[in-house]
Design a protein. Sequence first.
Length: 259
Amino acid sequence: MIFHYDIVELQPYINWVYFYHAWQVRQPEEQQRMRTEAEAFLKEHAARYQTHAVFLLSDARSDGDDIVLDGGARLPMLRQQQVGSDHLCMADFISPVVSKIGLFATSVDKGMETDFDGDPYQKMMAQLLADRLAEATAERLHERVRKELWGYAQDEHLLMDDMLQERFQGIRPAVGYPSLPDASINFILNDLLHMQDIGITLTESGAMRPHASVSGLMISHPEARYFSVGKIGDDQLCDYACRRGLAVDHIRKFLAANL
């Protein structure tokens, strides 16, 4: 399923906290000034750019630390190994018998990253807002998934602040973040989602272009939560490489920060 969103629809879903953090502004007055300028920028260019999303809902089951999708595709996951951790793995939140999982990717028209090269300040503003809009698209899509497309939380009624603080059932772990640190998982997601249909291409490292893009999983388990995989040992590295069907040295490049 492919969706396209206008900036006006997405603006309420922007989490401004991360926008302020990117600008490194902490004073409330300065934050308000930056938000006013950002909203003026969005209003000026609202008719010029859109965001895009692709979503797949699949039957799934867990098999050890793998998530197996309908049709046989596998998403190998990593498990916490450090002493003192809860030893969690994303596959723990998928039933070994029958469950479902959502896969998604979102992006923004690439012009938001390339159309302002002549003005460094406008370019910075456009790029940071593009990042926020890609995340806002994921937020809006996830809301539709919970209430309509998957429908496991049809009676959900949340204020926007509650939604942005993730007070809903389920999680939306993104590739490259602590719960899913291996960016090469994007190659598997791309095979299933066909990200090119919404303008996303992948680099050799699994990074997405445009940079203002997000990909990941949607999991409905009421006890699902985010965690940091953290450091893993050579035993799990070798096991993970085997499950990925790739050479250990190849996988090592993607997980350097976790070794």
